[in-house]
Design a binder for this molecule. Sequence first.
Ligand code: ADE
Length: 439
Amino acid sequence: MCFVKLTLLTIFPHLFDSLLANPVIDRAIRNGLVEIDVVDIRSHTDGCFRAIDDSPYGGGAGLLLRVDALSRALDAVHDPSSRTILLGPKGRTFTQDMAHELAREEHVILVAGHYEGVDARFMSRVDDEVSIGDYILTGGESAATVVAEAVIRLLDGALRGESSIEESFENGLLEHPQYTHPVEYDGMRVPDVLMSGDREEIARFNELESIKDTIRLRPDLLPRDQEFRFFSLHRDYGYEAKVISWLGGRIPVPTVVHEEGRYLLLDRLKGRRLRGSSRNKVLGTCAHVLGMLWSMDTSGCPCLKDIQCTLADLKGRSMSYDLWCTVDRLERMTVEEELVFSHGALTLDNIIVNGNGLVGILDLRQAGLADRHRDLASILVSLEEEGIDGRDLIDMLEVEIDEEKLAYFTQLGRLERSRLPSGTSCISLSGKKRSSSEE
Ligand code: ADE
């Protein structure tokens, strides 16, 4: 982002004095990073009264900026490279992403609306209406100042030494708390890790603090699931925390770093997904993972994911009549289950490996006590997608396979994948909770 021309259209040019007096903006202008023209709309009107505003047709309070006055001023500054933005309370709320977008433009024209607004016909001349928040200012000049400042500081060279990369909103998170001298003030100490000199640990600590602050102060910025450099964040997966806690490190899964409200923060496993590895590595790792899951001592496991529980969970969600009929048909079939610890949604994407072998298993939101054919059905689908014959895996596993059961769980898995994962408890059709997962 290197050069932007900014034209500010206004009926009160002096209201931009503070923008031009801002040392960062002043330096950017002097260094040729930005050119700012403040244009008085009034100077483009003619006639002795230089009318720029008038009362609205149909009645209503206040005066509107006239379309002829605005258009004439715009005509004088507009060229094919211009992006014209009207500042007004009805517009899209301004964000850091929009600031980046505007910093890539060649010429941005910011039109400061005033009084009660502008004649609606002027909207045909603007590319966008932008608001700086859900409140009403006396005019668009302060809003245009905010937008201009946010854009100009992003231009290469506008900030001396300081980087805009680690700031709030730049990676979807609020910036982590920062400290300077003294080390101790009023009983509050700068966290030791920040003085350790260990760059990796400091980066990890700061990322954790950023995520915690964002959860606490601006959860609206967070999507449902997100991977960061050190952590992965999940919303509404308390069930997964419960599974991980029960597993107690017996198999390699991410550790729970933090739980707050609806959010679960897990350590991000270092490695790559098994998908894409050689056929032998894929088959060997899958066999190893399944053997490890199915041989686990399940005594005291509070997480039930048997057929009855899974169907009840599915029926608890909204679905089309066709899907409902399939669930109903599966519910009327009798399947003898042998319960083991099952991942529930095992694929080549949630097995993480490195050069030495298995690093860990992700996505335990469907894990719990279930028949081993449930895991087999899901991994076979994933192997097929990768063009690997699942029979080779079955041969390696040396377990009895019941083809009917496998077909049943393949259908059940398809149904589960077609629904949003709830990761929640088993609610029976009567509405009562079953003794399962979530309690
Ligand atoms: N003009 C009046 N209120 C405004 C707002 N919230 N944002 C942008 N321009 C405005």
